[in-house]
Every structure is written in C-alpha cells, then in structure tokens.
Design a protein around this ligand. Sequence first.
Ligand SMILES: *Cc1c(COP(=O)(O)O)cnc(C)c1O
Length: 495
Amino acid sequence: MQFTSTRRTLSLESAQVITKGISEDGGLFVPRTFPRLSDELISRMAAMDYQERAKTVLSLFLTDFTAAEIERCVKGAYTGTFENDDPAPLVEVAPGMNLLELWHGPTCAFKDMALQLLPYLLTTAAAKTAPGRTMVILVATSGDTGKAALDGFADVENTRIIVFYPQDGVSPMQKLQMTTQTGGNVAVSAIYGNFDDAQTGVKNIFADADMKKFLAEKNMEFSSANSINFGRLVPQIVYYVSAYCDLIRTGRIKAGETFNVTVPTGNFGNILAAVYAKYMGVPIAKLICASNRNNVLTDFIRTGTYDRNRPFHTTTSPSMDILISSNLERMLYHLSGNDEELVAGLMKQLKSDGRYTIPADMLTKLQQEFYGGFCDDRAASATIAELFRQRHYLCDTHTAVAVNVYEQYVRETGDRKPCVIASTASPYKFAKAVLSAVEPEAAADNEFAMVDELSEVTGTKIPAPLANLKDRAVLHKSCVKQAEMAGFIRDFLSR
Ligand SMILES: *Cc1c(COP(=O)(O)O)cnc(C)c1O
C-alpha cells in the first residue's frame, strides 16, 4: 500500500506517513488505492470481535507493519481501556436508527477510538523510520483532544506528550480531566490567553530552528496527534466496517444490502473514515453530514462553494465549532479523480480569499455521495428531550445534531434505509446542556452537581472516568505566558 500527498505525487509507506503527519508541500497523505473487502472476508469478519476486525482492516492499509506489530498495537489500544469488550457498540434505538456509540473510552468522547491506538502506531512507525528516537507530541487544545491525547500517550515508551490549554477557555470538567493526568512522560500547562494564543504558540515552536536543534541533540523529534494524521483516520475506518458487520450479524440487514450513515461533523475526519469504508466496499448509500450553526459544510454540499467568511458561533456542540474542516482536502482529492493541481489551487484560494468553488462535475459527484444539513442549539436540545421521552435514550449535544439532521433527511427524502448514526460523546461530558434539555427546572449550579443531577433525573449511570474525577489529585498547576512556552518545553524535556 502506497500513500501520496493531495498536492503532489509521492510514493510513501504508512510508517513514513504516520511519523511525518503532514506532507512538506502542505498537503495531506492519502492512500493511492483502496483495498477491497471481499464478500467472503466480510462474512468472516461478521463473526470476529472488534480487535480481530481492527487487525484485519489495519493490515490492509499498514502493509509495511508485520502481523505481530499490528497485533501488539490493537491489543494495547483496546484491551482494558474501554468500558466493555466491544469499544463501539451499535445500539438500535428505533427501527432502522442505529447509534454507533464511540464514547465508552477513558475520556468519554469518540476521539479515544483513534487516540488510544495512535501512540502504538506512531511508536511502531518511528521504530522503523528512526530507531531509538523519542517522539515528542505537542498539543494545543480547546478541551477534548488534549485529554484524549494525554490518556493515549501516558506512559507509552519513547514518547513525551506536552499539552497547553487556555486558562479560561476550557470547562471546569475538561480542566480537571487534564490537570489530574498521571504518567511519567506527560506535561500539562495552562497558558494566559485564548485557544488561538495556545495554537499560535505551538505552531511557532514547531517551526523554531533552535528548538529543532535542541531536540535533535537529544534524539527527539516533534510529532502531532491532530486529526490530519492518517494514523488517526485508519482506526476510525475500523468502526464503520465493524458497524456493517454488526448489522449483518444481528440480522438488521443482509450482506450487501445498503444503509446510510450520519455523522456530526467538524473537521471532516470522522465522516471521511466512513467514505473510506465505502471505498473499501462497505455498501453505504448516503453519507449525511450534520453540522451545527457553523454550517459551512451544509452550504458547501448544497452549492459547491466553500466560504469561511462568516460569523463564528459558539454552540452547545463545541467540538463542531469549526470553520475550516481540514480533512475536506482529502475528499476534494478523491472527488476530483486525484487531481493534485486542482486541490492545490483550491487550497491556495481558501488561504487567500477564505473561499473556493468546485467545478460542476465535482459538485454532482459530491451531491450523489452526501446530504448536508444543520440545526441550531434549540433544535438539538429539543431532540435530546424527545429522544429521551420517546425512546428513553439519552444522547449528548453533538449526537443530537446528527439525529436531528437525520430526521430532516428522512422527512425530506422519504429514504428509510437503515441508518448508522455516529454517537460521538457521552451525555455526561456535556452535562449542562443535556440536563437543561431533559429537566428545564434543574437546580444544580456547577458542572459536577449537574452530572449528579443528570443521573438522578434520568436514572442513567455516570461514566466511571467522570465520576471519579472530583476526588483525584491535581498534578499540573502551572500557567505560562505564550513567550514562556518554549522554556516550559525545554525544562520538561531536560528532566
Ligand atoms: C471532534 C468531535 C466531533 C467532530 O469530529 P470531526 O472528525 O472533527 O468531524 C464531533 N463530536 C465530538 C464529541 C467530537 O469530540
């Protein structure tokens, strides 16, 4: 299996692609071809457990990894780290409506599915490309990614992880999740400023020549755990293949029968993984792309014009508050029939004008594959309340956006094919908005009391990683200015 860049023809193996993260031309790494899942393989996979399915899918993309390496990676990632043996259960909430619960991991959001596996993939890849080197993961976070990355990389050999978060820009719960993180190779610091200050600080450090030299002398190298790394995409393909296997195994569809997929979308990583599963032969009919009020993708799918020049809205589904969906570049590459020049041109326009329009034939293809829809906070809240009242199923705000848009789609098209809806976070992770949806008279006035009240009101269980949080020791208390970030990193890496 060979990989190329979306902006230039290359021929790289997966280990190179995973250690580099992003191509030097600014493009993203994509597979040059897609492996196909034969009917025979699918019927065998339907009888496998999640780890076996993961090994099967990974071995098709990571052909430069040995079977033993893949086995070690998958076992490490998914043994004892998720609530159940099946990290991604498929729950039929209503006839034809299947919620793929991706939030039973250590941080209660779907990013665990990839970030529990990435450290193993990255260290295995680095051992091939640069034996003995320590990978230093640098993260600026607005909340969820930081904790998921910390949890994934904690105590993983030959790695260090450093996370910066804006002092007043994360919820008390998110802050405590990060400041209580254990592990000999982790460092966490708040920074004075907002998320952009943290992000800019990290970008500057990545590009700093002195820092690079400092790292090289220690046989260290910076790497990134963000969602454009192919190593984060491949674990996500697995759960869509697995969902198809579960639909077959439980008799909800027959092998080969088509179904739809709905994904609450921000950076376009999760939904792209569903596209890749489709390219491998999973019979997905329509991909339903659900957005919140930051509906840049809805407009794009409906008109062919991507335009980020619009107000930014803060919503109750913050992980989807994004105006530049970085993984969309990969989709453009595939839709254009691998036209690197076209993609490079569109990305240049996005950078200079904040907008671009795709050619008519590409728009036709885009609309054949996708349906785009959005809903605001009030509609999402109503969906949470309704789903709980009618089906006694409690979902989080991001998942609610997906369910709402899925219902819009069914009303508009009458298409009642079975649907897999990605459920991306535990309702307890966004307790404030979820509680006010199901109990408008709620009394709790802080996040931790809200979690307790949500459990009392709904009779559902608080996930263990959140329940224990209050009693854990705060281990990381530092707060630095942007200019002090480099010093903080040097101190930590010199220890
Ligand atoms: C990150 C995230 C999303 C968006 O996923 P993308 O891959 O960025 O499209 C949706 N919901 C939750 C809870 C998330 O954390």
